[in-house]
Design a protein around this ligand. Structure first.
Ligand SMILES: *[C@@H]1O[C@H](CO)[C@@H](O)[C@H](O)[C@H]1NC(C)=O
Ligand SMILES: *[C@@H]1O[C@H](CO)[C@@H](O)[C@H](O)[C@H]1NC(C)=O
Ligand SMILES: *[C@@H]1O[C@H](CO)[C@@H](O)[C@H](O)[C@H]1NC(C)=O
Length: 196
């Protein structure tokens, strides 16, 4: 009898714990975003400047002090079909600061414009999607959800170190309307003045 009651108590405790966790896990979902219209890998290759971003605190640590941020994308000839290499480059705190460079691989492209991003072999990957692309702009959304903890970033990219503020605002509005910023984090402009 005592054992049975104990088991019931345990079950009740387990149910209460799960119930307490549910709101966290259901809020911590990545959005299954679609790639931008007309996306092709070739359109995404080359150099992009980061105009600004919306990023959770747990996002790429190496980007924390970044200014003058850019990324260069090229096909990975040593990888599988669709694989690419991303060189992230920035300066630490000031345009004269030391380079903080990090290389990542884009792998497992399911449809053009959706990859897994991998910084280290065997480390967890994050979903990496180009949700908008035009001749001189793109928006990249990356996201991972680990045990209900959500990390995401929306990067506004341009082929030049500048962007028409109306375009930036439109891209941000559209991204937010897709539900990509559930934590309602602020947009942060990336310093590009004085870099080039
Ligand atoms: C970092 O990357 C930039 C741009 O690709 C390059 O010019 C620079 O030499 C790199 N610096 C280091 C220390 O790797
Ligand atoms: C995609 O291509 C079509 C046809 O060329 C064009 O009308 C449309 O503006 C393009 N969309 C984007 C987002 O570039
Ligand atoms: C962006 O959204 C805000 C708030 O909804 C709106 O006032 C503004 O006109 C929008 N801007 C663009 C360029 O769509």
């Amino acid at each position: 009898m005592a054992v049975k009651r104990y088991a019931m108590l345990l079950t009740a405790a387990a149910v209460a714990m799960v119930a307490a966790l549910v709101p966290v896990t259901s809020a911590g979902q990545c959005v299954d975003a679609k790639p931008g219209a007309n996306f092709t890998n070739e359109r995404y290759y080359g150099l992009w400047y980061e105009i600004g971003k919306i990023q959770t605190a747990g996002g790429a640590i190496f980007e924390k002090d970044c200014v003058c941020t850019n990324i260069a994308i090229k096909a990975d000839p040593s990888g599988k079909e669709g694989d690419a290499v991303v060189t992230n480059s920035c300066r630490k705190k000031t345009p004269q600061g030391q380079y903080l460079n990090a290389t990542a691989k884009l792998i497992q492209e399911t449809v053009p414009g959706i990859w897994q991003e991998s910084f280290f072999p065997f480390a967890p990957t994050q979903t990496y999607t180009i949700i908008y692309i035009g001749d001189d702009y793109a928006v990249e959304y990356d996201c991972e959800s680990v045990f209900g903890l959500l990390n995401y970033c929306i990067h506004i990219l341009s082929r030049k170190p500048t962007q028409d503020p109306d375009l930036t605002e439109k891209l941000l509005n559209d991204s937010i309307n897709m539900g990509l910023n559930p934590e309602k984090l602020d947009y942060v402009k990336t310093l590009q003045d004085g870099c080039w």
